[in-house]
Ligand binder design. Structure first.
Ligand code: AMP
Ligand code: MG
Length: 486
C-alpha cells in the first residue's frame, strides 16, 4: 500500500527487464494547475471522491513529484505507420507509472506529455492542452458508449509554451488501461531478431492479460486469434457509432482490443463512407470505410511478428506455422461481419435474424450517404420514426427513396423497437465542434465546459438538457481540421 495514494501498486511490466523499457523520471509541468478529472475513472481506480484535493495529487499527475510507489518508465516499440515500416518508435511522451490493484484487476497508469524519453526522436515529449482535452473527453465518452477504450483520469495544465502550428500550452493526461501493450511492441522484437525477448513478451502477455490462451496447444496462435476477435469487435463498434480513429498505425493498435491513442479522431457528422478525419492522411488510408480492412492488415503485421515463435525446424514446419497464424487472423473476417450485422440490427431495432437484414441496413446507409445525412441523428431519428417520421425525413434529400425504405423497415420491425433503438443509438457523441467549444474556453482559462461535456457524454443515450449538444453541427464545424499535430 502506498501511503500517499492509498492505493496498492505493482508494476508487472517492469518485471520484464531493461530490454523493454528505460526507467526515467517525468519532466513535470512548471506551476501546474488542474484542468479536469473524471470521477468515473477515479472510482474505477478506487480513489476517494476528494482525491484531487489532496496536495500531492496535482504534483503527481503533472509529473512533478511521483507518489512513492510509482516507478516511471518509457517502453520501446516499433510499428507500421501508414502502411510503411517506421522502425523504432516507443513511448516518446508517455510514461508508465505502474499498476493499481482494483476489484476489476490491475490497471496501469500512464502520464502522457510529461517530457522527453529515449524514444522521443525529434519530439518535445509534450502534449498540448487542445489534444489532451480531446483525448480526455473522448476516452470517457467512448467508455460511456460501451466501446472498449483506454480511460482518462485527469488533465493537468501549465503556462509552459509548446510549439505546434502555433504556440500552445502544455498539459498532461493521465490515462488508464489494463495494459498499454500494442501490436508494435511485438513487431519491435521480431524486427530486431530479439527472439528471446519476443518470447518473454508473449509469455508475459499471455500470463497476465490472456490467461485463457495459456493452456491452448499453441498459446501464441490462441493469442493471435483472441486479438483478432477482440479487434473485430472493436472496429464493428467504431463503425456502428461513426467513429474514425484517424491513425490506425500498428503502434496504435492495442493488444487488448481497446481504442488507443486519441489523436486526429472524429465522429462523423454527415455520413460519407470515404470520410477521412485526419487532415494529414492525404491518401485516405484511414477513411471510415477502410477501417475494417486496415485492422485486418494490422493483424497480419502482428502475425508476422509472432511467426518466429512457432516451429520452423523443417520447411513443412515453417509452412504449417504460417498457415496456423493466418487462420487465426482469418477469424477476424467472420467475427467482424457477424458483429457488424448484429450492431446494425440493433440500431435498426430488428429482433431475431432475417436473411434480408444486411440489405436493409446497407440500403439505409446508402441513402444516408447519398444525402450526407448526419450519422448520429439519422439513427436517433429513425428510432422514433415509427411514430414521428418527419424529423428523419428532414435529413434526406431523396424522400421518396427514404419512404420506400421505411415501408420495408416497418414491415420488419417489431413492437418495442423505439425503446430498444434509443438505448443503442446515442443522442450525443463527441463531435469536433463540441470538443472545440471546450478547448476554446479552456484556452481562456475556463474549464467548466470540459466538466459539463464530460457529464453529458457520460449519458450518451439520454436526451441532453441542452438540445445543442445533440443537434446537427453548426456551419463553422465544417471548417474544423484535425491533424496529427498534438
Ligand atoms: P502518434 O502518431 O501520436 O501515435 O505517435 C507516433 C510516435 O511519435 C510515438 O512513438 C510517439 O511517442 C511519438 N510522439 C508523438 N508526438 C510526440 C512528441 N510531442 N514528443 C515525443 N514523441 C512524440
Ligand atoms: Mg501512438
Amino acid at each position: 500500500m502506498d501511503s500517499s495514494s492509498g492505493l496498492a501498486w505493482t508494476n508487472r511490466f517492469a518485471d520484464l527487464g531493461p530490454d523493454f523499457f528505460t526507467e526515467l523520471p517525468a519532466q513535470g509541468l512548471p506551476d501546474p494547475h488542474w484542468v479536469a478529472q473524471s470521477p468515473d475513472c477515479a472510482q474505477l481506480l478506487g480513489l476517494p471522491a476528494d482525491w484531487a484535493a489532496r496536495p500531492d495529487a496535482l504534483a503527481a499527475m503533472s509529473g512533478n513529484t511521483p507518489w512513492p510507489a510509482m516507478r516511471p518508465l518509457a517502453s520501446v516499440y516499433s510499428g507500421h505507420q501508414f502502411g510503411v515500416w517506421a522502425g523504432q518508435l516507443g513511448d516518446g511522451r508517455a510514461l508508465w507509472l505502474g499498476e493499481v490493484d482494483t476489484p476489476a484487476g490491475p490497471l496501469e497508469l500512464q502520464l502522457k506529455g510529461a517530457g522527453r524519453t529515449p524514444y522521443s526522436r525529434r519530439g518535445d515529449g509534450r502534449a498540448v492542452l487542445r489534444s489532451s482535452i480531446r483525448e480526455f473527453l473522448c476516452s470517457e465518452a467512448m467508455a460511456a458508449l460501451g466501446v472498449p477504450t483506454t480511460r482518462a483520469l485527469c488533465i493537468t495544465g501549465s503556462r509552459l509554451p509548446v510549439i505546434r502550428e502555433s504556440v500552445e500550452t502544455a498539459a498532461v493526461v493521465t490515462r488508464v488501461a489494463p495494459s498499454f501493450i500494442r501490436f508494435g511492441h511485438f513487431e519491435h522484437f521480431a524486427h530486431h531478431d530479439q527472439l528471446d525477448a519476443l518470447r518473454r513478451l508473449a509469455n508475459w502477455f499471455i500470463a497476465h492479460h490472456a490467461p485463457d490462451c495459456a493452456d491452448a496447444p499453441e498459446p501464441v496462435v490462441a493469442l493471435l486469434r483472441k486479438v483478432a476477435l477482440q479487434t473485430a469487435d472493436l472496429v464493428a463498434h467504431w463503425q456502428s457509432v461513426g467513429f474514425c480513429h484517424g491513425v490506425m498505425n500498428t503502434d496504435n493498435m492495442s493488444m487488448l482490443g481497446l481504442t488507443l491513442d486519441y489523436g486526429p479522431f472524429g465522429f462523423m457528422d454527415g455520413f460519407d463512407p470515404g470520410h477521412v478525419c485526419n487532415h494529414s492522411d492525404d491518401r485516405g488510408r484511414y477513411a471510415y470505410a477502410r477501417q475494417p480492412a486496415v485492422a485486418f492488415w494490422n493483424l497480419h503485421a502482428l502475425a508476422q511478428a509472432l511467426l518466429p515463435l512457432l516451429p520452423i525446424d523443417t520447411d513443412q514446419d515453417a509452412e504449417a506455422s504460417g498457415e496456423r497464424l493466418l487462420e487465426a487472423v482469418e477469424a477476424y473476417r467472420d467475427r467482424f461481419a457477424g458483429q457488424m450485422l448484429a450492431r446494425l440490427r440493433a440500431k435498426l431495432g430488428l429482433e431475431g435474424e432475417d436473411g434480408g437484414d444486411q440489405a436493409l441496413a446497407d440500403d439505409f446507409l446508402k441513402l444516408m450517404a447519398a444525402s450526407r445525412a448526419d450519422f448520429t441523428q439519422s439513427f436517433r431519428r429513425l428510432s422514433r420514426a415509427l411514430t414521428q417520421p418527419e424529423p428523419l425525413r428532414d435529413l434526406f434529400i431523396d424522400r421518396e427513396a427514404l419512404d420506400a425504405w421505411l415501408l420495408r423497415w416497418r414491415a420488419r420491425v417489431t413492437p418495442g423497437a423505439q425503446a430498444r433503438m434509443l438505448a443503442v443509438n446515442p443522442a450525443v457523441v463527441l463531435r469536433n465542434h463540441l470538443a472545440e467549444g471546450a478547448i476554446r474556453a479552456a484556452q481562456q482559462g475556463d474549464f467548466t465546459e470540459i466538466e459539463r461535456l464530460l457529464k453529458v457524454l457520460g449519458r450518451p443515450f439520454d436526451e441532453p438538457a441542452l438540445p445543442s449538444d445533440a443537434a446537427l453541427p453548426p456551419d463553422w464545424a465544417s471548417t474544423l481540421e484535425v491533424s496529427c499535430s498534438s
